[in-house]
Design a protein. Structure first.
Length: 252
């Protein structure tokens, strides 16, 4: 059963090694984004899940185990996240780094008193970035049944139209799309996310739709409390960070 969810973007610049000498003093927008993603992942851990499923777009549906590594070599950056041959697509590579930063992977279970990979199950799930909504929702429902308490981290960027069109040219359609998705994430509106049209992925250069719909499928009809932690577009790509959690009972 899904007990917590989070949405994070996957810009490689989140990983300090990509910044090189600038890692000690990153731009303010990257610091803000990094803080928001840390808060979102922290919310997943606070829910005390049995399993964290990291979901991101790929060429096809494929599940990877907790030892799977990713890399940024395809972007001309000699950075590997994890150990071994890089096999994870970009969204899952950044997702793995977020878990490592949070102490979930890459450290012994006892360090800091946190549950490591040996005590907390982790899987990486690539979802076909072109998959129809029905397939994404079904995959989410399946993932939600993988453990009694499942937390899902959906990795995906919103529209990148601003990065591929004429600089400074406004795109009302892309802006409306991003604002609508942000509103749905803030409201934990799984039903609305489930109705997103895959045909707009290419038109608006959206990379996160499939992963968001997997999260929606995992939530099913459950009532969750949503928070939008960050929305920005510093490099022409809209980055959304959100957290979903079980509603707190009154007086708790």
């Amino acid at each position: 059963m899904l007990i917590a969810g989070a949405v994070c973007p996957h810009p490689p610049l989140l990983i300090p090694a990509v910044l090189g000498a600038a890692a000690d003093d990153p731009p303010a927008e990257l610091r803000e984004l990094a803080d928001a993603t840390a808060l979102a992942v922290g919310g997943l851990l606070a829910a005390r899940p049995d399993l964290i499923a990291v979901v991101g777009g790929g060429r096809a549906d494929r599940e990877y185990g907790p030892a799977a590594a990713g890399g940024l070599h395809g972007f001309g950056v000699p950075v590997t996240v994890g150990q071994g041959k890089p096999v994870l697509p970009l969204p899952l590579t950044v997702g793995r780094w977020l878990l490592e930063r949070a102490g979930v992977l890459g450290v012994p279970p006892a360090v800091g008193g946190r549950r490591g990979a040996a005590a907390l199950g982790v899987l990486f799930q690539a979802v076909d970035r072109c998959a129809p909504a029905s397939a994404c929702l079904k995959l989410g429902a399946v993932l939600a049944e993988r453990a009694p308490r499942v937390a899902l981290l959906a990795m995906g960027d919103a529209s990148a139209r601003g990065a591929i069109q004429e600089p400074g040219a406004p795109d009302p359609q892309a802006q409306d799309y991003d604002e609508d998705v942000a509103e749905a994430l803030a409201a934990a509106d799984a039903r609305w996310l489930g109705r997103l049209d895959p045909a707009l992925d290419g038109d608006l250069a959206v990379a996160g739709r499939a992963a968001w719909q997997v999260l929606a499928g995992a939530a099913g009809g459950r009532r969750l409390h949503g928070r939008l932690l960050c929305m920005m577009a510093p490099y022409g790509v809209t980055y959304l960070v959100a957290s979903w959690e079980e509603p707190r009972e009154e007086g708790s």
